[in-house]
Ligand binder design. Structure first.
Ligand SMILES: C[S@@+](CC[C@H](N)C(=O)[O-])C[C@H]1O[C@@H](n2cnc3c(N)ncnc32)[C@H](O)[C@@H]1O
Length: 217
């Protein structure tokens, strides 16, 4: 397989979105992992990012947010009024205290998000984009479920489950990851120009990078 969907992935090297462990994700994610995947400073940086973007519960007005590829923590300093969490493990999602709705759904088996059009004000995806084998389809569908003017926030660090991350992620560095994620967001076709930024102090602890974009109206 050179690319998951022909021209949509043109220019990415052959095998970029393949993985060492190509078993169904339900196998790897069957045991709950009630752990954190980045250090406390990086987690705090995620919360500050969401507050700065005005998508958490500290912003005026109700907020309905989708946390894609979620687990037992969603890293909001102040959770939004409604938080839909989508991930692979029901026990992890059940343990998420900020969640108001829980969806167990494999985005690699089916990149369509089981929510209606324009259903949420923001979509976040924390330290997980590297596990998607069809990321453009998933990001395009994130655009579908986002209301016009809504916010997309994809964050990443430098740690991963190496057998489940796509090979292209493992072969590229932090800076290149920003270029890759921004290009995936562009190719999703639903967003304005993405912004890439490092949200933690350089060289201290786990880095936290953010790629953010606005749903076109
Ligand atoms: C490194 S953890 C990050 C969890 C959480 N976002 C966080 O910040 O702690 C990766 C998450 O991606 C989710 N995930 C992995 N593959 C997935 C897939 N194919 N479809 C949906 N979620 C997936 C898993 O359920 C897991 O919770």
């Amino acid at each position: 397989m050179t690319s998951p969907d022909g021209d949509r992935y043109a220019g990415f090297p052959p095998g970029f979105f393949e993985r060492a462990d190509d078993l169904p994700d339900a196998v790897f994610y069957a045991p709950p992992r009630l752990v954190t995947h980045i250090d406390d400073a990086a987690i705090a940086a995620v919360g500050r990012l969401y507050a700065a973007l005005g998508i958490d519960g500290s912003a005026p007005g109700p907020r309905r947010v989708l946390d894609l590829m979620s687990s037992w923590v969603s890293h909001f300093a102040t959770p939004p009024a409604e938080l839909v969490v989508l991930g692979m493990n029901a026990d992890e999602l059940a343990a998420n205290p900020a969640a108001t709705e829980r969806l167990v759904h494999d985005l690699n088996a089916d990149p369509r998000i089981p929510l209606p059009d324009a259903d949420v004000d923001a979509v976040v995806c924390c330290v997980s984009i590297d596990y998607l084998t069809r990321p453009i389809e998933v990001l395009a569908d994130a655009g579908r479920v986002l209301r016009p003017g809504g916010t997309l926030a994809v964050t990443y660090s430098n740690r991963c489950f190496p057998t489940k991350a796509v090979r292209g992620w493992l072969a590229t560095d932090d800076e290149q990851h920003g270029v890759v994620v921004a290009e995936l967001v562009r190719r999703a076709g639903a967003f304005g120009e993405p912004r890439v930024e490092l949200r933690t102090p350089p060289g201290v602890g786990d880095p936290l990078y953010a790629v953010t974009a606005t749903r076109l109206g």
